[in-house]
Every structure is written in structure tokens, then in C-alpha cells.
Design a protein around this ligand. Structure first.
Ligand code: 1GP
Length: 235
């Protein structure tokens, strides 16, 4: 199985946004470490199957980020399971997960599942609003990251700024707290410099929207991320 602890760059494809074959080929052959298929809502099984079949023409590791139980299919390399740490509604933290296991537990290959402790940080984003997330201070964020690592032993902590570029200083502070959980940064990356600045502190940088707005700019982030060393060791 892929050593996800070595990954640095991931492209996230939104099943609700069309992408032509040529662009998809460029994404899959870009040298990125993995491609995530994931959207906030309205994700259908047809879309998830269609992207799976098209991405499977290439060698790249292919991940489904599960947001909707009716849109899950076998065949992906990994299934990333968001657990929203700063939600006000426990269904986004644990209830949907428990219900899914109750219903499908016997089919689950547990080693393909990886939990992501999400910290939603852009109140304007659909993901933040959809998951009933609440506003948090920097100290709250640090504490959530500590809970994720020390109490929950999650493989990933995901600082989710979806749609807006985040606070590099805060990403750096969270990074300094984590020794075991890998830090994923996602949100608003449009340039090489932005990608590089986050890659100095985050283990993994996720690039989403810009794929659909400026494909070449998106492709340039792969090399940008791979060309910088993460500052803090420990992992
Ligand atoms: C979204 O974190 C990802 O879940 C990436 O964010 O779409 O803003 O790049 P962007």
C-alpha cells in the first residue's frame, strides 16, 4: 500500500465540476502524489464512478473523500473520512460515521480508510456552512490539533480554508504541535509562491479550485510544493 506519509501534494477534483479528458490527463500525469475526488454536497454515485473510471487510466493514487454515503463505490485506493472537529453538530464528527459502519461494516477494508480531523477555517465557504462549523480562535485551532493527535490518534489534521488563502503563521504553529498526525493544508492556492509558503509548514498541500480556473497555474504548484523542504522535522 502507498506510503501516504511521504505525500506532499494532492489535487482535489470536485465531481460537480466538469473536466475534459485532456485536462484530467494533465492533472493525473502532473507528478502530484494523489488525486482526491471530493465535494461538499450533491455528489452523486454516477459522478464518483465516472471520475474513478477516467482517473484509473493513469497510475496516480486515487482517493475518494466521502461526503455522502449514497455516493461510495469500491475501486478507490483510499477512502478519506472527514471528521469535523469544530462542528456544532455531532453528526459531522461521529454520527454519520457510526451509522455508516452499522450499515456497511462488513464490507469495509479498514486499512483503506483514513480519518481526517477537519478544522473548518473559512466561514464564507460552503463546506464550513454545510457542516455547521463554528468560529474558532488560533488557540482553539492549536487545541483541536492536539486533541486530534494525542486523544484521537488521527492520521491527518486538515486545516480547511476552502476558497480562501489561509494564515501561514497559524499553519506553522499547528505544524509545530504535531509529531504524528500529518498536517494537510487546503484553500485558495493560486500561485507557486502560495503553494511553496504552505508547503514549508504543512506535510501535504491540497490544490482544488484553481484546476478549473487556470489549469497551468494549478499544474505549476506540483513542482513548487515538491521543491521545498518542510521546515519542521519530527515526522
Ligand atoms: C478544498 O482544501 C481544498 O477542500 C482546496 O481548496 O478549492 O480553495 O483550492 P481550494
Amino acid at each position: 500500500m502507498e506510503d501516504y506519509r511521504m505525500w506532499r501534494h494532492i489535487f482535489k477534483l470536485d465531481p460537480n465540476k466538469p473536466i475534459d479528458d485532456e485536462s484530467l490527463e494533465k492533472i493525473c500525469e502532473s507528478g502530484t502524489d494523489a488525486v482526491i475526488v471530493g465535494g461538499t454536497d450533491d455528489v452523486t454515485l454516477d459522478q464518483v464512478l465516472d471520475l474513478l473510471a477516467r482517473i484509473r487510466r493513469y497510475e496516480v493514487t486515487c482517493i475518494l473523500e466521502v461526503s455522502n454515503l449514497s455516493a461510495v463505490t469500491p475501486g478507490y485506493d483510499f477512502y478519506f473520512i472527514p471528521m469535523v472537529l469544530n462542528t456544532e453538530n455531532p453528526k459531522w464528527l461521529i454520527d454519520y460515521h457510526q451509522q455508516a459502519v452499522k450499515e456497511y461494516g462488513e464490507f469495509i477494508e479498514w486499512e483503506e480508510l483514513k480519518a481526517e480531523g477537519y478544522i473548518m477555517l473559512n466561514p464564507e465557504s460552503k463546506a464550513y456552512q454545510w457542516t455547521d462549523s463554528k468560529q474558532v480562535t488560533d488557540e482553539d485551532v492549536i487545541a483541536y490539533a492536539q486533541v486530534a493527535e494525542h486523544l484521537m490518534h488521527l492520521p491527518f489534521v486538515y486545516m480547511e480554508y476552502s476558497g480562501t488563502y489561509g494564515d501561514v503563521k497559524l499553519v506553522e504553529r499547528v505544524s509545530e504541535e504535531l509529531d504524528q498526525s500529518l498536517l494537510i493544508y487546503g484553500g485558495g492556492i493560486t500561485t507557486k509562491a502560495e503553494a511553496r509558503d504552505m508547503a514549508r509548514h504543512a506535510d501535504i498541500v491540497v490544490v482544488g479550485n484553481i484546476i478549473y480556473e487556470n489549469l497551468n497555474a494549478a499544474l505549476r504548484t506540483v513542482h513548487a510544493v515538491h521543491s521545498v523542504e518542510k521546515i519542521k522535522g519530527g515526522k
